[in-house]
Design a protein around this ligand. Structure first.
Ligand SMILES: *Cc1c(COP(=O)(O)O)cnc(C)c1O
Length: 389
C-alpha cells in the first residue's frame, strides 16, 4: 500500500516508518488507532517554534492517551483540562498543577474544589454563576473570561455554546474582583480546524477591542488565551505548523502589544497526523441494479470514533490495498444499526472498484477527536482500540 497523499510537504513532520509498519503488518481484531508519539513531539516542537514565548497547554480532550500526555509533558508542554477526570490523568503523569489550567467554562463545583486543593490556580468562566462557584470552591483563583467570537469559516466551529458577549466582559471582571478572584485576562476559540492563519484576523480584532476596552476601564489584564484552532492535515492544503503559529503570534503582538502573556491550547494540531486507524471493510453492496454508487460498510463509524464526519465536516483520507486501480463513488457507512451512522453521502468517496469485504482500510489523520468520541459499546461494538508506539 503506497501513501496516495502525503502531508509531508505541507505540514507533517517526517514520514514515520514505525507507524507504517504497524499499520500494514500488525494483526487487529477491531478498529485500532495507532499513534506515534514521536510525531506528536515533532508537532509540538514545530508549533512551539512558531509560538515563541507563548505557553502551550495541550487540550487533553483531543486525545487523552496517557502516553501522549507523558510525551508532551516530557517536551515541556502544559495542559488544559476540562474535567476532574482529565486533571487526575495529568496529575497521575506527574504534571505540576501550575502547568494545568481548568479551561471548561462549565464546571462542577466539587471539581473546582478538587482542582483548587490539587493546586490548580487558573480557571475559565463566562457567566456570573460560574464565578460564584469558583470564588466559593477556589478562593483567590485567577480567572480568564471567555468571549464569544463570530464564526470565521473553521471546519469545526466552536461558537455559541461557550463564551459571553462583549458587553458582559467588564461586569464579569468586576464581579470576579468583588468575589476576591483575580480576573487576569480573556480567552476565545477561533474555531477548530481553522485552516489558514489569515482566518484569525477578524477574530483577533474582535477580541482586541474587548481587551483594550477593559484595560481602558482600569482592569489589569495580563493573560490572553488564544485557545486552539491550529489545523491538522486531512488532505486539503494547510499552512505548516511553524509558519502558521508565527503568523498568528505576529497578529497577536500587533494587536495586543508585547506585554501580555500569551497562552495557546492546541488539541487537534498536535495529534491529528500522528495517528491512523486500521479498519476493515465489512460489506460492499449496491442497493439496486441501477445504483450509481456502491455502499461501503466499514467496521468503524460515527459512534466508534469517526464522530467528526457529522455534517461531513472532517473529510478523512482512506487508503486501501487496491490504491492506484480504477475507482468509483462510494457512500461510506459504519457498522451500527443506526441510519445516521453514515460517514460520507453528500460528497461520495472515490474508492477502488475492486474493494471487497475483508480489505484493510487505513484512515489517515485520526489522532485527534476519535478515541474520545467513541461510544463504550453502542450496538455491541467495542470502543476504538488505541495502540501507542
Ligand atoms: C477543544 C478545545 C481546544 C482545542 O481545540 P483544537 O481546535 O483541537 O486545537 C482548546 N481550547 C478549548 C477551551 C477547547 O474546548
Amino acid at each position: 500500500m503506497a501513501l496516495i497523499h502525503t502531508a509531508r510537504d505541507v505540514v507533517a513532520p517526517d514520514y514515520s516508518p514505525k507507524l507504517e509498519t504497524v499499520l500494514q503488518t500488525a494483526e487487529f481484531d477491531r478498529p485500532t488507532l495507532v499513534v506515534d508519539t514521536d510525531i506528536v513531539a515533532e508537532n509540538f516542537r514545530a508549533l512551539k517554534r512558531g509560538l515563541g514565548d507563548a505557553a502551550v497547554h495541550y487540550a487533553v480532550k483531543a486525545n487523552p492517551h496517557p502516553e501522549i500526555i507523558a510525551r508532551l509533558h516530557a517536551e515541556g508542554c502544559g495542559f488544559d483540562a476540562a474535567s476532574r477526570g482529565e486533571i487526575e490523568l495529568c496529575l497521575a503523569q506527574g504534571i505540576r498543577p501550575r502547568n494545568i489550567s481548568f479551561g471548561n467554562t462549565i464546571k462542577r463545583e466539587r471539581d473546582i474544589a478538587f482542582a483548587h486543593q490539587a493546586g490548580i490556580t487558573l480557571f475559565a468562566a463566562d457567566a456570573e454563576e460560574e464565578l460564584h462557584k469558583i470564588a466559593g470552591a477556589a478562593p483567590g483563583a485567577r480567572v480568564y473570561i471567555r468571549v464569544i467570537v463570530e464564526p470565521n469559516g473553521a471546519d469545526w466551529p466552536l461558537t455559541r455554546k461557550f463564551g459571553c458577549a462583549a458587553e458582559r466582559v467588564q461586569p464579569l471582571m468586576q464581579l470576579a474582583l468583588d468575589l476576591g478572584l483575580e480576573p487576569v485576562g480573556l480567552s476565545f476559540h477561533v474555531g477548530s480546524q481553522t485552516r489558514y492563519a489569515h482566518m484569525w484576523s477578524d477574530t483577533l480584532a474582535q477580541v482586541a477591542r474587548i481587551w483594550h476596552d477593559a484595560c481602558d476601564a482600569g482592569f489589569d489584564l495580563t493573560l490572553l488565551n488564544i485557545g486552539g484552532g491550529f489545523p491538522g492535515y486531512y488532505g486539503d492544503e494547510i499552512d505548516g505548523a511553524e509558519p502558521y503559529a508565527a503568523d498568528v503570534m505576529a497578529q497577536v503582538r500587533a494587536l495586543f502589544g508585547p506585554e501580555p502573556q500569551i497562552m495557546a491550547e492546541p488539541g487537534r494540531s498536535l495529534v491529528a497526523n500522528a495517528g491512523a486507524i486500521a479498519a476493515e471493510v465489512l460489506l460492499v453492496s449496491r442497493k439496486s441494479d441501477t445504483d450509481l454508487h456502491r455502499w461501503v460498510y466499514l467496521d468503524i463509524g460515527r459512534f466508534s470514533g469517526l464522530a467528526e464526519t457529522e455534517g461531513e465536516a472532517i473529510r478523512y483520507q482512506f487508503e486501501t490495498p487496491h490504491d492506484g486501480e480504477e475507482t468509483g463513488p462510494c457512500i461510506l457507512a459504519g457498522p451500527s444499526c443506526d441510519s445516521v451512522d453514515v460517514l460520507y453521502e453528500k460528497r461520495p468517496m472515490p474508492l477502488p472498484l475492486s474493494l471487497a469485504a475483508g480489505d484493510r482500510v487505513i484512515i489517515r489523520g485520526c489522532g485527534a477527536y476519535t478515541s474520545t468520541y467513541s461510544s463504550v459499546g453502542f450496538n455491541g461494538f467495542p470502543p476504538l482500540d488505541v495502540r501507542v508506539i
